[in-house]
Design a protein around this ligand. Structure first.
Ligand code: KG4
Ligand code: ZN
Length: 369
């Protein structure tokens, strides 16, 4: 890159191709960023990168029969999908592979074999093109994804990260400047949705199905616990909720009426949302910040979106959501995070052919402040 003069350190737009393969979604996307590496402070406002094209394949239907993600099947399916998706992205952006300046991939956390597929393809492409590659933290991708929305946030803000594997409140002062405010001590919010959905025989991953069924139910029908609601801190606990849901479901007998099932779905959703909203509003008050960013798969939940928007407005705070399609795993957030790290001068990528993945990788390790 230094020798070729076509690297990412110059004053021009750069094209970042991103690969996501940490779990059961293969995502590829191309973003374009005005990038002068190192000249922009991590918290400086500037035009966020633009999404040029993206493609996604979800393996949910394949794993459904097993009631959860089967790691070996996930890896093999990523291998099948990743190059056709990349070709589709380049074609829809109208760009040749040679127009890619930086290749980004999810380095972790996630399933080791699945991560290796995206990382291997990205590093091989980088080597073939003579372009740098950059491994990205999956949660940083989620955290920054609202920058692809129609109303990108300004730093600093509080981020509520709610996915299948994580439930965290973070203070974000700039790219790479993250401080953990609170997190779940057991199950993640998405897990609470998915495990409750499984009990209600709604398949895998049941979060969206439970949310849909909840729209027809009465959320006051069942009194379910709101764990840690009054704990005085910013931590969450969802493991006890599924036990309460299981007890209620059993009480309904062998053939619960569709109305009772919808009521239990609505009551479960309300219990999860109530705790998420209460803690998030508390974190805004305690941090003195007036901007909230919601990211991760559960951020697509309509009940959560409306409750957070209303609650934040009452406190004079503004909420930013990623576009619903970018709440769940996707390649766009990986390309975006790479572009923003380059813009902030935190990374330039590497030309090394060797790479590793980090199936377990605490976000705290990324923090620069
Ligand atoms: O961020 P994500 O795609 O993957 C992880 O990194 O975990 O999040 C997936 C999680 C799953 O638990 C899924 O059930 C949940 O997000 N989810 C939802 C909704 N859409 C996705 N949960 C509740 N309501 C939804 N609409
Ligand atoms: Zn995710």
């Amino acid at each position: 890159m230094e020798e070729g003069g076509q690297g990412i350190g110059e004053d021009r737009d750069v094209n970042v191709l991103g690969f996501e393969s940490s779990c059961d979604e293969t995502g590829v996307a191309l973003v374009q960023a005005d990038s002068r590496a190192g000249i922009r402070a991590p918290d400086a406002p500037g035009p966020p990168p633009r999404l040029l094209a993206e493609a996604l394949h979800s393996q949910a239907a394949m794993h459904e029969a097993y009631g959860g993600v089967v790691p070996e099947l996930a890896s093999r399916d990523h291998i099948r999908r990743v190059l056709p998706l990349a070709r589709r992205v380049l074609a829809s952006a109208g760009l040749e592979l040679s127009a890619v300046d930086l290749v980004a991939y999810t380095r972790g956390p996630g399933l080791a074999g699945a991560l290796l597929v995206g990382a291997g393809v990205a590093v091989a492409l980088g080597a073939a093109l003579g372009r740098p590659t950059l491994g990205i933290h999956h949660l940083e991708g989620h955290l920054l994804s609202p920058f692809l929305g129609s109303e990108p946030p300004q730093f600093p803000f509080v981020a509520l990260l709610v996915s299948g594997g994580h439930t965290q409140l973070m203070r974000v002062d700039g790219v790479g400047r993250y401080a953990l405010l609170g997190e779940t001590i057991d199950d993640a919010a998405g897990e609470a949705f998915d495990k409750s959905a499984k009990l209600l025989e709604l398949g895998y991953p049941g979060g969206p199905a439970l949310a849909q069924l909840a729209e027809q139910g009465d959320e006051r029908a069942f009194a379910l616990p709101r764990p840690l609601l009054h704990s005085g801190d910013l931590d969450f606990s969802f493991a006890g909720l599924k036990t309460a849901v299981a007890t209620q479901w059993r009480k309904l007998g062998l053939q619960p009426s569709p109305a009772a099932r919808a009521d239990l779905a609505a009551s479960t959703q309300a219990a999860i949302v109530d705790v998420l909203v209460a803690k998030t509003l508390r974190s805004l008050r305690e941090s003195g910040l007036d901007r909230l960013v919601v990211a991760g798969g559960v951020g697509a939940n309509r009940r959560l979106r409306s409750a957070l928007t209303a609650g934040a407005a009452r406190q004079g705070a503004q909420v930013h959501f990623p576009p619903p399609a970018l709440c769940t795993d996707n390649g766009a957030m990986i390309a975006l995070a790479a572009a923003m790290r380059v813009q902030a001068g935190l990374d330039r990528g590497t030309q090394a052919g060797a790479f590793d993945v980090r199936p377990r990788w605490p976000l705290e390790e990324l923090m620069t402040a």
